[in-house]
Design a protein around this ligand. Sequence first.
Ligand SMILES: Nc1ncnc2c1ncn2[C@@H]1O[C@H](COP(=O)(O)OP(=O)(O)O)[C@@H](O)[C@H]1O
Ligand SMILES: [Mg+2]
Length: 652
Amino acid sequence: MTDNKIKIYWEQFIRTGKVESDKVRSEIVASWQRCLHWGVDPGDGLGRDILKEPELTDRRKRCALLMEVARPYMLTLYQCVQGSGFMVVLADREGYLLDTCGDVEILEQATNQVRFVNGANWSEQAVGTNAIGTSLFLEKPIQISGAEHFCITHHNWTCSAAPIRDTDGNVIGCLNMSGPRHLVHSHTLGMIVAAVEAIENQLRKDRAQEEKKQAYKILETVTESMSEGLMALDYKGNIVHLNSAACRILGVSRDHALGQDYEKVLGKNDKIYEVIYKRQKYSDEEIIVHSSGKQVRCISSARPIVKEDGSFEGVVFTLREINKVHRLVHRIVGATARFTCADIIGDSDAIKGAKRSLMVAANSQSNVLLLGESGTGKELFAQAIHNHSNRRKGPFIAVNCGALPRELIQSELFGYNEGAFTGAKRGGNPGKFELANGGTIFLDEIGDMPMELQVNLLRVLQERRIVRLGGNDVIPLDVRVIAASNKNLYKEVEEGKFRTDLFYRLNVFTIHIPPLRERGNDIELLTLNLIDRFASQFNKVIKGVEPGFFEVIKNYSWPGNVRELQNVLEYVINVTEGNYLLIKDLPKGIFRHRRPVNRGVLVRPLHEIERDVVESALVQFNGNVTRAAEALGIGRNTLYYKLKKYNINFKC
Ligand SMILES: Nc1ncnc2c1ncn2[C@@H]1O[C@H](COP(=O)(O)OP(=O)(O)O)[C@@H](O)[C@H]1O
Ligand SMILES: [Mg+2]
């Protein structure tokens, strides 16, 4: 339809608010109706809502990506129509003009005639029906020419616009081309639609790129936050990625390592070789890497990286220093020392002297020998020495040499490698010395170590390194040794049951821990302390003890020392029904086993002595029949028989 005819319908609409709808495109009539409804003045159409600074700059900043992507396409479009009086315009979602390019004259004309300038609002509500406002409203491309515009000042123009959508499909702006009405051509809209498609494509690409970057950043943050070393190799074995932990473990800088053949950085390694050349993954294997002249023992896992088409891309593997793994395990399984000097209760000169020695020992690097009867607190002392030493952050590994089967001592202490003997675990096992590296090993009941193994121990103490059973690698050791014995080691040496050379190695710093009976008032102090502990443990309120209670306790000789006192009090507090501990609740053995002091030569019937010994053994071992029988040197059945015979009924 010619423009003149449209003009007639436009005038009719302006006059009556109605138009014969099949003569004018329905989108146009609908738009006119909206303009009427909004009260747009058809005689106006000048840009009146024009953003001032800094609002325009703010708005442009919010649309920076759109502007940046659209700019080259706007220029290309403009180059196609240069000199023909057309201009290309980018508007935002609300219809504010963000960017324009066009012939200088036409730009000036647009500015002067209708104030079509950057920052002007070109929505339908602001300036009536026009390609920018209407395409944004309808969210589809549209061309509007001459009298189709609602405002008369636009009747000399033709404009074509298409909305631009982001990757989520939301309209974020529109691209428009405007020019003199008589140059209207349907191809113009086609050009605009094609340019918008290209812009949208570019936005998608940028977004994908951005997402890729973001994903890489997340991955990098993840690998950087790992305490494990992580390394990736390409299919040729060149290092393509490594995290900071790997750099630290290997003592190399990233710049130095990247791009290098892994062998140059880690040394030769069968395991890694096999992943690359045989694509065999492995998990939690012990490997030794050689880096910057040092040897690092690590736990490592590796996986081949295989592309979707099945081709081999490379390897990714992790490294954890074995010392750290051990430390973690120790923390979890409790191979740490809990006690400090403050946990050692006692005011007697004897214990004070021992505690002073403890502090001196803690500050030295020497081996320590703790001598004292069973239950005097040797392990407590050992833990306290560790905790006051500069090794406190390292492991504390206690080994009861007396409890290890003879044939296992060697492998328990020094470890073994896979295949060292039948039954050896896959991957081998580190020994206690290796586990204690960087910390303290506590060799309890050292006096019970078989002579033929004492020589091995001596060698380790002298050389400060070990070789696992069935292994070749020499593992350097940095371990403080604290040994303990309740035997009189001097006597054992004299009798040829303990090696003299080992004794002297261990006997550098010896602490004698006094038995309880020589610690005067400590018994009462310990008793009060233990009452508190067990009362709260058993949820009981103990207000005090019956007069004479402490007399009885102090008169007993406590052959099992603090451990025995602990057991007795645990028992009494368990059985007591009131708030006061009664003498009658004490185990009977305590009354008979008076201290030998103040006593003349006393002859007692044998069966009475036997009864006492049996009972005291049970008290010492807290009612554990197996251990009591072992200590008495009789079988369990014999012990049961004697319990029955003497009517001993020890329950705990
Ligand atoms: N002076 C002390 N103060 C507090 N508790 C002690 C003291 N001496 C020993 N104990 C406790 O007695 C028990 C036996 O001590 P332990 O160190 O195992 O003795 P040992 O190794 O000499 O046989 C442990 O529960 C320990 O905490
Ligand atoms: Mg002990």
